[in-house]
Design a protein. Sequence first.
Length: 335
Amino acid sequence: MITLGVLDQVYISEGYGATEGLQQSTRLAQAVEELGYSRFWVSEHHSMPALAFSSPEVLIAHLAAATSRIRVGSGGIMLPHYSAYKVAENFRLLEALHPGRIDLGLGRAPGGMPLATKALQQDKYVDVNKYPQQVLDIIGYLHGSLPSGHPFEKLLASPSIPTAPEIWLLGSSGESARLAAMLGTSYAFAEFFGTPGGEQATKYYNEHFEPRDELPKQPRSMIATLAICAETEEEANRLAFSSDLLFLGIRTGLVVPYLPSVQTAENYPYTEADLMHIQQLRTRRIIGTPDQVKEKLIQMGQDYGAGEILITSPIYDEQARIHSYRLIAESFGMK
């Protein structure tokens, strides 16, 4: 059976502020932990008004402290912006505070517009081609296994602890899959981006995985997808209107500074081109009743050859969002 987790991008709902968005995320983490979900990941994006945060490591500390069993992690840290050493220190500290519960998802995308990238990398020369070496350095820091002759071979990424976070490489292309297979890390594909080629990417990863001493000996792949569930198809489709308008804005450049309410989304003056965009977006979404969502999630896991799926559910109403996760959990017999 597929293992299910949660990806929360912590949207600020229309009529609310960032503080309320963060409080809702905390309550969601607590709710899905009780429902039996395995992981709760938060992303990294910068200068995006619809999102309540930009620092996943800080939010992870809060969410892990507010829960007791669920794994909490980053989906992911945009590594080229940062020092591998500092990232390793941050996540070793998180692991020390919450042993066996921390995931370190890594990506190389900017996580924002060019101006935000310029500010993050101010006065630094950043070569994204060094990303593979940065990943190797993080593995070395977290496991005390930097190779002989490495310039920082004797450096301690404190605190010194016997366990390490799980390392996942994130991507929406075949290149990330090839890198994860070569480096021996776990691999997560962002299916909800709508980028084609995910099935081939995960297949390549699973077939070409090369184990590394410090990391899992078998390939471990996961996908993240958008799913919205309700008792009826009609209600699920109604709840999805909010994400339709939100992602339409992302695709077309329309500024939507919050997760819109269903009413706002219903009343928006869509053009024919807008409706075509939304129809295309919907082909990459799972929206429906518990039985329909379960069937599609199982099929998606088989198509991708993935043992885990992270579900993101940008539903405006907090209780409807939690209820969507509850219905999915019940359909899979989780607890």
